[in-house]
Ligand binder design. Sequence first.
Ligand code: SF4
Length: 524
Amino acid sequence: MPDTSAIRQDDLIRSIADALQHISYYHPVDYIEALTAAYEREQSPAARDAIAQILTNSRLCAEGHRPICQDTGIVVVFLKVGMHVRWDAVMSLDEMVNEGVRQAYRDVDNPLRGSIVTDPAGARQNTRDNTPAVIHIQMVPGHTVDVRVAAKGGGSENKAQFVMLNPSGNIVEWVLQTVPTMGAGWCPPGLLGIGIGGTPEKSMVLAKEALMSPIDMHELKARGPRNRIEELRVEIFDGVNALGIGAQGLGGLTTVLDVKILDYPTHAASLPLSIIPNCAATRHAHFVLDGSGPVTLPVPDLSRWPQVGWTPAPTSRRVNLDTVTREEVRTWSPGETLLLSGRLLTGRDAAHKRIADLYARGDGLPPGVDFTNRFLYYVGPVEPVRDEIVGPAGPTTATRMDVFTDMMLERTGLLGMIGKAERGPTGIDAITRHGAVYLIAIGGAAYLVSKAIRSSRLVAFPDLGMEAIYEFDVENMPVTVAVDTTGTSIHRTGPAEWRQRIIELTTVPAPSTTRRQHRTRSRY
Ligand code: SF4
């Protein structure tokens, strides 16, 4: 006889809320172990530095119970509900899940950033509590409720890809052609979830669900693939890492820590194929409710986090933001690391749109806003708690601001911008034309970055909440020059250089005397 203990409404709500809090500050241990291995293997100094920041940030967050990233994600929940489950509930399943989300994101000790907007094609109003979640429900035999919950960052969700291939199409080839077009806004190193088959919407759900499974590429490669899907995983894993994209797109040996694939039968005429990446803020958890009460996830053993202890490189150039000049900015080179001290301004999507509208109406900037010879940081921090100046405050994807960059540089007198990942052609053209510069901070190191912020002052647009313009006073904020004043981009030169180096690293001379003959072997 199945156990038909009722599952109480509060137990599901409490368990969802606890899981979301847990994953906001604890990376999955398998991610940390795979990233540590990548750190130890990495030979690109820029990529190694980026991974060191992500690992250091992860430990700080685990110890301080604060979010790994300022983007605390859109909540995705997969529920497998046993057909024998009895509910002690008055709310619908969706309402219970969303109440759990609401409680987690409004937690007083660790408030998480609300990123969800209603009316996405119109007013885009923030719901303030990060509801609603995206919920997938499946009815299965049994008397338990199996819950997998994830908080997916916008930067990685924005890079999702889909194609309907011909049945004779080459899956690996399409993936290897597509990943470079995704840029670095998904904050690698991460994972690729791949869905194959079904219908268009089914393949996308498979890709998302695939990301919930444990990282096991090391074990898979050690024992060898046992079926076609495992062969594809290995081929794609090796092929993507050989692209040389590297951590944060700076060029390096590791772009993905694993490739997860789920498949489903499909129409004889079709081959639907989807990719969804998971970023440096990989956040997911799994638990099962059986009627015995709420589930509390075990606290991970922090000794499994490496003692990387990132500190600024002594060779980094120190920049005083209060006195920096155009002449000084011209001497900075792509890939060079800087430590910024002094005052900078913040602003992201909504503030740019507001400024563009003001100029379009013939109005000027609001009183007190002056960008002349300043730097603008694309950021939307988490609310501070206790003695924090700001909450985690990592960079957001810069390409979204490309459309505004010429206007900002032309009309405001900015010297440069700080964001994450590459700039597009429009952004680079504007930067070159105005002799400006673009710097990156590390996506997925938000709590570490926030430690460099000494004070924060609201400057304009308070109604925009986390998207308002603030002035931060920073001390030794670590950034890397990504686009110099001539328009040279580390996101173009870095991966190109490391792609070539990987070819050289994996090409070893044959043991015979015929030195010009070579053989290749895979190291990844
Ligand atoms: S690590 Fe990057 S993609 Fe992931 S949530 Fe943070 S900013 Fe977004």
